[in-house]
Design a binder for this molecule. Structure first.
Ligand code: ATP
Length: 646
């Protein structure tokens, strides 16, 4: 698809004013013509054509696996309900068999010329047939109830497993090729696991019903089994083809629907409401969204015609074969090869079997497709399980010293290292500032110091403990980190400070941390002080400003009283007073810990005991601010001069 850019709107030539001051350009009023949204596809969706490519045999082979996976999942969350469903299925099938047998017993009596006598003789069998039907229906309702109890548990278990694994994975897992796509596919699998329980129930019920009907028919007359198959085959084939058309439409629209869904969030969230309005983005975005709706709608409409044709053809063929079967039964009955009663039973049984086969085909196709996603889920779970942070069992202690010895780091699937071999020692009581241009490797170095990643070469030691062999959780117990992007956790103000720490009865330490970052007044002014929910979009929530969120992130790290305090651009959104306060407090707290600060505001670097200047993954300079800034040709001197040149 070509992706033409819209022709730039003509900007009226703006003449200079008489005094030579350039005039403000006139505002553009014409709606911009939208670029057609690009066609997207997801690498993780490796089953895109699976439904098209699969033969009937493939499908039949895949379904037992999906059934077994679903049963395992169900068994792991609620054994009682799983057993209930299985028993109900069996009893429901038994009910069908009893009903058909009873009907075959009742029919000969009903076929007699004297209706009253016939009815009297047939009623016990009829009563058994009715009771069996009622039992079957009751079992179905019970199985439905059990599935409803099972579904939320399956959904929570699958979701919890995924979320927990994401939180326990090594950071490098996120950098492996296609991780996000596979994660998305696994999420789809987790969502579909719930549908699978329903599908599996309907499919197995269909199977049990079909086996019951076929068994009764064969016992009545062996020929009837063949006749039955003939009547149900067109319906089965039609069902499979219709399901394929359905899924082709689904597949062809899934990317557009996903992108539209993502865009929908951006268009409706309050977070972007200012930008969207003030920059007059609405006309373009409206047109973009409309184009996506049209794209999805168009493809769905394309599928409607073939779907209708296939269903019509299948229904006509099924009707024809059913008519043929009835004609054959009539011929057999007339020729005396089969009694009228057995022929009547065959008709009832074929109706039951037809309905059962419909379920099998329909839900078999659905299970096949959902099963593919479930296998994505299992594959992803296995993959991430092997990537969880299980480095070693050595329990790390609060360090006096952090020593990097030829430590280097290359991100997965990257050729060039982000950090070349570095040798460095950081001491307790010291404040170290990391400085360097964008991409120099500062955040990467921080991750290595704090054991968030292990070096791909060399070692990082906390005193005598090599972080590559230490239990990661024991390392992080001693870390307080303010990352560049910190969480605006939709929790109460209290938890936003204490998050990650054991609960305490008193709020004293929380207020202490708030004072250190100058947030006392702001927190006291909240509608419910520390109990205020910090999430504007949720009813009763309250939103903070960008700088206030950053102060909270600093309070969170300081509250931990960590042995290793690391702050990556902690004051980028703060006002001068906040910034001054934070750096003063960092100095006050410094004696008991190793403090590392990354900042681009070089005036703040003065407070550090030592400045480390990184360039392209290497330490270029190291020393005090004053010494470095006055050194001829130093990078820090150059960057500082630039920051002062306004
Ligand atoms: N997750 C990642 N996967 C692959 N490469 C990465 C990843 N994170 C960073 N890099 C690369 O590693 C190099 C160092 O990045 P890093 O984030 O450490 O720089 P930085 O000095 O912190 O930059 P900034 O000042 O912009 O925050 C960059 O070239 C960057 O593109």
């Amino acid at each position: 698809m070509t992706n033409r850019q819209p022709a730039p709107a003509a900007v009226p030539h703006s003449p200079s004013t008489a005094g030579g001051t350039p005039a403000v350009p006139a505002a553009r009023t014409a709606d911009p013509r939208p670029t057609a949204p690009v066609e997207l596809d997801y690498h993780g969706r490796k089953h895109r054509r699976a439904m098209d490519d699969a033969s009937l045999r493939d499908m039949a082979r895949r379904i037992p696996t999906a059934l077994a996976q679903t049963a395992r999942l169900a068994w792991s969350v609620d054994r009682r309900m799983t057993i209930t469903i299985l028993l109900c299925q069996l009893l429901s099938g038994l009910g069908t068999a009893v009903m058909l047998t009873a009907v075959s017993k009742a029919l000969p009596h009903l076929a007699t010329s004297d209706a009253r006598t016939g009815l009297r003789a047939a009623w016990p069998s009829l009563a058994v047939a009715v009771a069996a039907m009622a039992t079957g229906a009751g079992m179905w309702i019970l199985a439905d109830w059990a599935t409803r109890r099972l579904n939320p548990k399956i959904a929570s278990a699958a979701d919890l497993t995924l979320v927990d694994l994401h939180m326990r994975a090594e950071l490098s897992a996120y950098d492996t090729h296609g991780f996000t796509d596979r994660s998305q596919a696994a999420e789809t699998g987790a969502l579909r696991a719930v549908d699978l329980a329903d599908d599996a129930k309907t499919l197995t019920n269909g199977l049990v019903q079909l086996v019951s009907a076929a068994t009764v028919l064969t016992s009545l007359h062996p020929l009837l089994l063949g006749v039955l198959l003939l009547s149900v085959v067109p319906r089965g084939l039609g069902g499979v083809i219709a399901a394929r058309i359905d899924y082709r439409v689904h597949d062809r629209t899934v990317s557009a629907r996903t992108v539209r869904g993502m865009m929908r969030w951006w268009l409706t969230t309050s977070e972007l409401a200012d930008e969207l309005r003030a920059n007059t983005m609405r006309p373009y975005l409206h047109a973009w969204y409309r184009t996506m709706c049209d794209r999805v709608e168009g493809r769905e409409l394309e599928g409607a015609r073939p779907y209708l044709l296939v269903t019509l053809l299948a229904a006509s063929l099924a009707g024809l074969f059913t008519f043929g079967m009835w004609a054959a039964l009539a011929a057999l009955a007339l020729s005396g090869a089969m009694s009228t009663a057995i022929a009547g039973t065959a008709i009832v049984a074929s109706q039951t079997a037809g309905r059962a086969l419909n379920s099998i085909v329909r839900y078999g196709a659905v299970m096949f497709h959902h099963g593919l996603y479930l296998s994505d889920y299992h594959a992803f779970v296995d993959e991430v399980r092997s990537m969880t942070t299980a480095r070693g069992t050595v329990q790390a202690k609060a360090p006096q010293q952090i020593r990097l010895c030829e430590a280097e780091f290359t991100y997965p699937e990257k050729e060039a290292p982000a950090l070349h071999p570095i040798t460095l020692t950081l001491n307790r009581g010291e404040v170290v500032a990391l400085v360097g241009e964008n991409g120099a490797g500062k955040s990467t170095l921080i991750r290595m110091l704090t054991g968030l990643t292990v070096p791909t070469g060399g070692t990082v030691r906390w005193d005598d403990t090599d972080l590559a062999t230490a239990d990661a959780e024991s390392v992080w117990q001693h870390v307080g980190l303010v990352p560049q992007k910190n969480g605006h956790w939709p929790l109460r103000a209290r938890e936003n400070i204490t998050l990650g720490q054991p609960r305490e009865h008193s709020d004293d330490r929380i207020w202490d941390a708030a004072t250190r970052v100058g947030m006392t007044e702001a927190l006291e002014g909240l509608p419910h002080q520390l109990d205020t929910l910090l999430a504007r979009s949720v009813w009763g929530g309250h939103e903070l400003s960008g700088g206030q969120w950053q102060r909270l992130a600093c309070a969170r790290a300081m509250y931990r009283e960590p042995a290793v305090l690391v702050l990556d651009e902690p004051t980028s959104e703060m006002d001068a007073r906040g910034e001054h306060l934070i750096f003063r407090k960092l100095r006050e707290m410094a004696p008991d810990r190793i403090t590392v600060v990354v900042t681009h505001r070089l005036d703040n670097v003065r407070m550090a005991d030592r400045v480390i200047v990184l360039e392209k993954g290497l330490i270029r300079e190291e020393g005090t601010f004053d010494a470095l800034v006055t050194t001829e040709g130093s990078l820090l001197g150059e960057l500082y001069a630039l920051s002062q040149d306004r």
